[in-house]
Design a protein around this ligand. Structure first.
Ligand code: NAP
Length: 406
């Protein structure tokens, strides 16, 4: 006999699925700061389709996309869900999860009920013609990010995923350690190894913005594992030391510079030279760390508006600026003279395909990636942890949320 609902951590028999569950939801009428927008509710456990899997979530992690969801901008995510299902008027975020498989659809060959899995967040229609003709699934018209574009994410007792998103969980990790790395780690993997010929090679210098943040802490470790030389950018010395422990050769404190944001007009004889001096000084700091006048072959970007002009400027001739976000804004102007004469590449990158997520997970299983947990929060601290990230006061590394692993 299955209860109607179970308390957090009161685990039902494997394979028994109740009707209701605890969830951290976002609704349109409370869009705004995460502390208000994200609330604990009881909602129905989602039904799964033939290729889907229901995972009993043990832990999840805080990612910036649930802040965008909470704010209701740049996308009204609940309205987006309602175009697919008008009856659903809430969003359950969470693009990471570790947990136990509780139900599988009729077409699912793997995983099986009872398996311990982690979940990556690349979602697409498996019969998308673009994918069937050999295209990269993350570039397919149907590609979405689970826990953001797609509902039923990891901030609930059960999450609903496609079977291809499930991957084996590393035996040596706790639930919370296993839950934190997949979205940011797999995204970093695609950025650093998914865009040939600009994949990290032995001795390549890679500049990592936000080295102590979620993406950055895995980027540093991936670069180091590939034999490259990661140099981190941070906002204080403690965060810099954190990056050094992860393998960065050195770090630059961005607070020592003031030339951030949209660059001035190149025709402005007063402001432009000031900007150029700031960018040159920043570039010289990279050379000082290296003890050599080498520039980064890859610049790992995500702040966007605040940093993109500098990223394009300091990137090496024939190098790549690879970017997956615009956290500080989207108006990323560059002085194009440095782009075309030095033949640099700007590459957008988004989430990860199965191959890249599995390759990153294999590094985790092999013990090559430290999970980098900066804080562990209870289920009812989900909003608080997101608010900390929104205010820029999160600890270095990743914040884990305990769901059923109370
Ligand atoms: P995070 O853990 O908050 O880290 C971001 C880091 O950026 C912070 O630690 C901060 O480090 C740095 N930062 C903040 N303001 C900055 C500024 N004005 N200039 C330079 N650096 C600044 O977030 P995250 O998980 O790394 O994610 C970063 C962004 O990537 C978010 O917008 C997220 O949505 C996006 N993302 C996209 C994908 C995708 O698939 N497209 C996947 C994952 C994440 P310091 O203060 O120490 O410099």
């Amino acid at each position: 006999m299955v209860n109607e609902i179970y308390e957090l951590g009161d685990q039902p028999p494997i394979g028994s699925v109740p009707r209701l569950m605890h969830a951290q939801t976002i609704r349109q009428d409370r869009y705004g700061e995460p502390s208000v927008a994200i609330q604990h509710e009881i909602v129905p456990v989602p039904e799964i389709g033939p290729d889907e899997v229901l995972v009993y979530v043990m832990a999840s992690s805080v990612n910036y996309n649930n802040i965008w969801a909470a704010l209701g901008t740049p996308v009204d995510i609940v309205a987006q869900h309602q175009r697919a299902n008008p009856d659903i008027d809430y969003h359950i975020g969470g693009s990471d999860a570790s947990g136990i498989v509780y139900a599988v659809g009729s077409d699912v060959a793997w995983p099986k009920v009872g398996d311990r899995v982690v979940v990556h967040s690349g979602w697409w229609n498996v019969d998308d013609p673009y994918i069937l003709s050999g295209g990269d699934p993350m570039c397919a018209p149907s590609a979405r990010v689970w826990g953001y574009d797609i509902n039923w994410g990891g901030f609930a007792q059960y999450c609903k995923v496609q079977s291809h998103m499930c991957m084996p969980m590393a035996d040596h990790l706790s639930w919370e350690q296993a839950a934190v790395s997949t979205l940011d780690g797999a995204t970093a993997y695609r950025m650093l190894l998914g865009w040939p010929p600009h994949t990290v090679l032995e001795n390549d210098v890679v500049l990592v913005w936000g080295g102590a943040g979620g993406l950055g802490c895995y980027a540093i470790q991936i670069v180091k594992n590939m034999g490259g030389i990661p140099i981190a950018v941070v906002s204080d010395e403690d965060r810099g030391e954190y990056c050094m422990k992860l393998g960065a050769l050195g770090y630059i404190n961005r607070k020592n510079y003031t030339h951030w944001g949209v660059m001035p007009d190149w025709k402005d004889d007063e402001a432009y030279p000031v900007w150029l001096k700031g960018a040159r000084d920043f570039g010289r700091a990279i050379w000082d760390i290296l003890g050599d006048r080498r520039s980064p072959r890859i610049v790992f970007e995500h702040p966007g508006e605040a940093t993109m002009p500098t990223s394009v400027f300091v990137c090496d001739t024939a190098g790549m600026v690879v970017i997956c976000a615009g956290t500080t804004g989207y108006n990323a102007v560059s002085d194009l003279r440095y782009l075309w004469t030095r033949q640099k590449r700007i590459q957008g990158s988004h989430c990860a395909n199965d191959e890249q997520a599995v390759a990153f997970n294999d590094m985790v299983i092999a013990g090559q990636i430290e999970p980098c947990i900066g804080g562990v929060f209870s289920f009812d601290e989900t909003a608080k942890a997101h608010q900390m990230m929104y205010e820029g006061v999160s600890p270095p590394g990743k914040m884990a949320i305990l769901v059923n692993a109370v």
